[in-house]
Structure formats: C-alpha cells, structure tokens
Design a protein around this ligand. Sequence first.
Ligand code: PBG
Length: 329
Amino acid sequence: MGFPTIRLRRLRRNPVFCRMVQETALSADDLIMPLFVRPGSRVRKEIESMPGNFQFSPDTLVEEVKSIQDAGVPAILLFGIPSAKDALGSEAYSDAAIVCRAIEGIKKACPGVCVITDVCLCEYTDHGHCGVIKTNRNGVPDVDNDATLELLVKEALAHVRAGADMIAPSDMMDGRVAAIRKALDAEGMTDIPIMAYSAKYASGFYGPFRDAAESPPRFGDRCSYQMNPCNTREAMREIALDIEEGADIIMVKPALPYLDIIARASERFDVPIAAYNVSGEFAMVKAAAQRGWIDEKRVVMEILTSIRRAGAKLILTYWAKQAGEWLKR
Ligand code: PBG
C-alpha cells in the first residue's frame, strides 16, 4: 500500500496532530549552563569570542546563577580562572581555590541549584596542559598520566568539600574516574555523582573557550590525551571503561560534529548521556546571527533538539539560560 492511500502530510496539516506525534521534546531540565569564575569583586568581563558570556567574580556570579534559576535551568557547570598559574596548577586544589569560594556563595544564595564542577588542570597550569608535564623516555615533555591523577583527586575532593553536587572530570587521563570515585567514597561522599567527559575529541571547536578560560597550551597540542576525531570504536571503549570505573553520566564532546557518536552511545549504553555543545559551536552561530544571516532562536532550538534526538538527555550549552527563557514563553 502506498500513495494515494498513504499520505504523510495528513498528520502535518493540523498543528494539534503535529504536537501529538512529535517524537522529541526539549525541556529546560535538559540544560546545563557553563560559567567562568575568577577572583575579584564586581567583575563582569565579557568574553570577546563568546558574546553574552562573561568571566564573573564570585559576587556577580551569584546574581547570574539566580537569573539562570529563574529561567528554569536546574544546573550550572563551573570553570575557575586562578589568580596565578604554575607548573602543577596548585590553585586548582589549594585552600584558596576560586571554584570553592564561588560554590560557597552560590550554595548560600541559591541552595536549590545543582552545582557541577569541571575537574581539570589546564586553566591552572602555566603551560596550559591538562596534567603534570614530565620529560619522557625520548626527552620530550609529555603529560604524565598517573602523576596527574593524584592532583585531579585533590581538586575533586576540594570541590565536593566546598559543596559541589556533581564532579565532571574533563582531562581525559586514563583511570581518573576510578581514582576520583575511590577517593570520594573513602571520604564518605558516596552520593556525589560523576559526569565523565568520556568521548572528548581533540577539537578545533574549543578555540573560544581557551580565550574564556585563558588556557591555550603553550606548546604542542592535546592530541596525546584527547581523542582523534576520526575514531568511533575508540569512543565506545572510552565510554565503556568510564562506566566500569563508576561514571554515573557519560559525555560526548563536542556535540554537533559528533552526533553519530551520541547516537551510537545511546544505542549501546543505558546510562544518561550528556553532550557538550561547545564554545566554537556557539560562536559560529552567534556570529552569523549578529550579521542577520540566520535566525538565532530558530537555529538554536533546532540544534538543541537535534542533540536530544541523537540520544543525549543533557546538553551543556552557552544558550542554556536563553533557551530556558524561550521555553517558558
Ligand atoms: C578543559 C575543558 C575544555 C573545554 C571544557 N573543559 C577545553 C579544552 O579541552 O581545551 C571546552 C569547552 C568549550 O569549548 O566550550 N579541559
């Protein structure tokens, strides 16, 4: 049986039918807003390559978090920019850690918001790499996996002691989920979930973020720890290992160029999947919208829906607050 008995337009002609048969829905509950915090007070410094996004000090950050909550968005992801950087990224886990100060303020003012912290060293190291640099057997400087694990554990513990609700390691070291889970459990923090950046690709789309977090690597690139964009099967191994190590939520990053990875992961694994709609994906749409070349709201809703349709439940996006407001109306 086919045309003229079958007519797919039948269900498209009536807007009520359209709503009834719609397969994918986007809700503010699916969104997580990334935010950048730096020391100081009354700071609200716009990030040039990410219009409408700012580096905040802890006080102005609290005001921003309130407005994100008002938009119906339940969660934020915090990145810290330290006052000084060094080889070991000490401000990531010191008593003065800026992320910890920020969490305390947020928890006082907005106790209901879910505070997720990005656990990584690249914002805190003077060389801009995500771990400890050691000279390897060939005399070449390299990120040392196991030495980095100890520091990531210290950073995660500091965040949770300050009140973080969830930890998101983004460094791509092997074994970090297990190391962090073990340390949290040993301290009785058995109820703190880990959202692992599991399939994180070495991507050109992180460019604007590195301005925002002041974290570009000073030498070399991140290809010895982030994934090769050509690989799918390796992403499935990364995800499977993170789940085995205790990840509660797994993440694919970036989102749009990797929708196939999200789709494959959602067929394969029964854990919630998050996708990071990264800075470069934001910047290119924003730039075109500012020139009037595309309709920002329409394109953003289409992008976010496509990420949901591919199989991600959660979306980390710089449009979270704006999309929350759009969804309300
Ligand atoms: C830190 C980190 C990065 C991003 C999130 N966590 C940068 C990087 O790996 O270079 C990128 C986020 C974005 O581009 O929006 N490791």
